[in-house]
Every structure is written in structure tokens, then in C-alpha cells.
Design a protein around this ligand. Structure first.
Ligand code: ZN
Length: 441
């Protein structure tokens, strides 16, 4: 392999087999009139799952073009007004993809680099402006054709999230000192949450109730099930005799319609729920919450409800104090496998005057809705149900220090917002080595 490269550098005749116009003759006269010439200072190679990356360190901006040729497989990189020391390509270590690299001058002061490959690739390239200790960089990614040509099915379904605004109609829920009804703020937050979730690629929200109407718990669950919900979020606002009680709480549930039928038949739900949840220290004045929690006792908690609840709690923490630091659950025996992982969010205490004010505030409601959306997104970016867009990915990609969300999106030809949604990237800081999923477009 080394010999191949050296042979080429001595005699660049190989280029003429690539393109008739490739005349690698030295023409210093042509160079001098043509303005600044970028120098390739270094070439670095890294191997990643599904592709090989080459970074050309340049001392200035340069135009480039790249294309693939077949039989034999090659990739040709042309950099305008650039040159490179002979022997530079030898710095690149041999690997299973690149058999040899050759370089030569073209059209006087352009640089042509040819990669002889062991198999077909799809080349992608982008330029990076100087940042930190790095200068101008031209990044070339050679994607394994097998990996990139995986079936790009666009009819992957969305993850469905049922949003259940607690109470409604003749059941106002708790009432704050300023007269705020729980049923109103839960509906307002539910609508904001619906909007936020629907802005995320791969997720679709269903409102269990869209207006001020009474719904029985089993009808709520039926609605979620009829819409094939992957999870259900029940929104409530807490109430407690002591007005100082404050903060958000999350309960992990698993909802099963059949078991709530059983629950419904129990005459004294309240007492039963009190007995079951006596050790959970619930400040529950709320009959509906008791019913939902009682349902949990029949279906059992499941990992995914706790997992989702944990992600949401982490996000809620950033916008409101939390009443309980962990997702609340009760240690009941699992009676049957649940079919819709569910969580119940006590957004804040309506019985606390300050929190009542927050619950009425559009700004605060919006913050809560966004926090819940981030939590849901983080969960489903990891554990989306099979067959959903969020579960699909073209390949795993290990983030390099040169990368930003924008450059990764660009080089993989995916939408930046899709890349964010697929990986729940809500901030801009990527860590080198972090593995992210490249979504199927
Ligand atoms: Zn409630």
C-alpha cells in the first residue's frame, strides 16, 4: 500500500486514467497569478461505524468538489487553489477501506486527491471555519454504501402521546384561594403541551378532552387506547390543607382498561385507595387521582412509566421546585402487564397562593409544557416503540470534536430539527465521542 502511494507520487500518470483533463504537470507560471493558494497542513483519519472520516487541515478557505468513480472504486477530491507537500498522504494510515491515496496538481494550481477503495462508498464533505485551536478544515466522510442505502422508509409512524387534562365539567377538581379551578389549568396546560409535542418530529399528541367536560376515568383510558397511544400523561394540580405545601410531583402509572373496570366495581374506592396508598404519603384530596392511582395497584408499575417519569421530572426541575425528588410509585405486586405506560403529573399546588398564580400564568404554563415535552422526547429518543420514526436510524454516529449539530445534519443530508428530535438534543453542546442516531429521512 505504501508503495502504491509512493509510486504515484513519483509518477502521477495514474491520474490520467481517472479523467482526461487531469494533467498533473508542474506549472509554476500558472500558479503565481492566481491569488492565494491554500496549503494542506495535515490530514487526519478516523474510523467510525459505517464511515471513515478524513479531515484536511488547511491554512485558508478553499473551494472543493468530490465525486465517486466505480470499477475500480475510487473517490476523487478536487481542491481549488491548493497544494500539499508530497508525502503528506502517507500520514494517513492504511485501513480496510482505503487501499491507497494519491495526490497531484491539476490545472496548474488545483489539487487532486484520489482515494483507491476496497468497496463502494458515498462521499460527503463539508468545510469548517476556524474554531478554538483548529483552523480551516475540509471534512470528507466516506460512507459505506451498504449502511447508507438501507431502506429509507418514510412511512414510519409517530409515537402517540395521549394528554389527559384532569377533571372537567361538573368535576372542577381542586380550587385555589383565588378561585382557580384545577379543571381549567389542566386543560390550558394540556393544550400547550399538545402544541409543543406536535412540533416535534416523530411525536403526535392526542387530547383526551378538548373542552370543559366531564369524563370518567375509563372513558379517558378508552380514548387513549382507541388512538393507539404509546403513553398517557395525566395532568393535575395538587391541593393540601397547609397552603405552604408546594412543588411538582410525578407518579408513574400503568393504565389498563380492564383493570379499571374492576376498580370501578369496588364500592368504596376512596377507602380502598387510602389503604393501598397509606404508605405513599400522598396529599391526595383528589378523587380522580385516587382512582388513577388505584388503577396502578391493579396493573402494577412498569419500568417504562418510571423511566418516562424520571425524564420528565428532570426537566420539570428546571422550571419548578419539585415536591418529591423521585417519581412516586407504590411497591405493589404486578398483576398483569400494562399496555399503556402512563404518568400522572401534579404540576403544582393550587392550594399554595404563589403556585396558584404560576398555574394561571401563560408563561409558566408554557415552561411546564416545554419541560414535559423535553422529558418525553428524551425518553422516546432512547426507547421508541419499534416501527416508529423515532426508533429508526440510518446509523450510529460518534461525535468528533469538529462536529456541531448543523454540520452533522448537513453531512448526513438530514434536517437539523429532525436530528435534534431523533436524539432529543435540546441544547447545542455535543460531546466528542457521544453517539447519536442519524435519523432515516
Ligand atoms: Zn386532580
Amino acid at each position: 500500500m505504501e508503495n502504491n502511494r509512493r509510486n504515484f507520487l513519483k509518477s502521477v500518470a495514474g491520474l490520467s486514467t481517472l479523467a482526461a483533463s487531469a494533467v498533473p504537470g508542474i506549472s509554476s507560471a500558472a500558479k503565481s497569478k492566481a491569488g492565494p493558494v491554500a496549503q494542506v497542513k495535515d490530514i487526519r483519519l478516523s474510523k467510525n461505524k459505517g464511515y471513515v472520516r478524513l479531515v484536511f487541515d488547511l491554512d485558508g478557505i478553499a473551494d472543493h468538489s468530490i465525486f465517486a468513480l466505480h470499477a475500480p472504486e475510487r473517490v476523487v477530491l478536487d481542491i481549488k487553489k491548493a497544494n500539499m507537500q508530497h508525502g503528506m498522504v502517507d500520514r494517513v494510515q492504511a485501513n480496510s477501506l482505503i487501499k491507497s491515496i494519491r495526490s497531484g496538481e491539476r490545472n496548474g494550481d488545483d489539487l487532486r486527491v484520489v482515494f483507491d477503495l476496497s468497496k463502494g462508498v458515498t462521499p460527503r464533505s463539508f468545510l469548517l471555519a476556524p474554531s478554538g485551536q483548529s483552523g480551516h478544515r475540509l471534512v470528507i466522510d466516506l460512507h459505506d454504501n451498504k449502511k447508507t442505502s438501507t431502506v429509507k422508509s418514510t412511512n414510519k409512524r409517530d409515537v402517540i402521546i395521549a394528554i389527559d387534562a384532569g377533571h372537567g365539567g361538573r368535576d372542577p377538581g381542586a380550587t385555589g384561594r383565588a378561585g382557580t379551578h384545577e379543571k381549567l389549568v389542566t386543560l390550558q396546560i394540556a393544550k400547550r403541551l399538545e402544541k409543543q409535542i406536535n412540533q416535534q418530529r416523530g411525536m403526535k399528541a392526542i387530547l383526551v378532552r378538548k373542552n370543559d367536560r366531564y369524563m370518567r376515568l375509563r372513558d379517558r383510558i378508552a380514548k387513549a387506547r382507541d388512538n393507539h397511544a404509546d403513553m398517557m400523561i395525566s395532568l393535575h394540580a395538587d391541593s393540601y390543607p397547609d397552603p405552604r405545601a408546594r412543588g411538582s410531583s410525578i407518579y408513574a402509572l400503568s393504565v389498563d382498561g380492564a383493570s379499571s373496570e374492576t376498580a370501578r366495581m369496588l364500592a368504596d374506592k376512596e377507602n380502598a385507595a387510602d389503604q393501598l396508598f397509606g404508605d405513599v404519603n400522598l396529599a391526595v384530596e383528589d378523587q380522580m387521582v385516587k382512582e388513577v392511582l388505584f388503577d396502578l395497584s391493579l396493573t402494577g408499575t412498569i419500568e417504562s412509566s418510571l423511566d418516562i417519569g424520571g425524564e420528565i421530572l428532570n426537566q420539570i426541575k428546571t422550571v419548578n421546585r419539585v415536591h418529591k425528588k423521585q417519581v412516586q410509585q407504590a411497591g405493589f405486586a404486578v398483576l398483569k402487564a400494562p399496555n399503556i405506560p402512563s404518568i400522572l403529573i401534579e404540576t403544582a399546588f393550587l392550594s399554595n397562593p404563589r403556585e396558584e398564580k404560576n398555574l394561571r400564568s401563560a408563561t409558566h404554563q408554557q415552561k411546564v409544557a416545554k419541560a414535559i415535552t423535553r422529558g418525553v422526547g428524551k425518553y422516546f429518543a432512547r426507547k421508541a416503540p419499534p416501527g416508529t420514526w423515532l426508533a429508526s436510524s440510518e446509523c450510529d454516529y460518534a461525535v468528533c470534536s469538529e462536529d456541531s449539530i448543523a454540520t452533522i445534519a448537513n453531512q448526513h443530508n438530514v434536517n437539523e430539527t429532525d436530528l435534534r428530535a431523533r436524539n432529543a438534543l435540546y441544547a447545542d453542546n455535543l460531546l466528542a465521542g457521544q453517539v447519536i442516531k442519524i435519523p432515516v429521512s
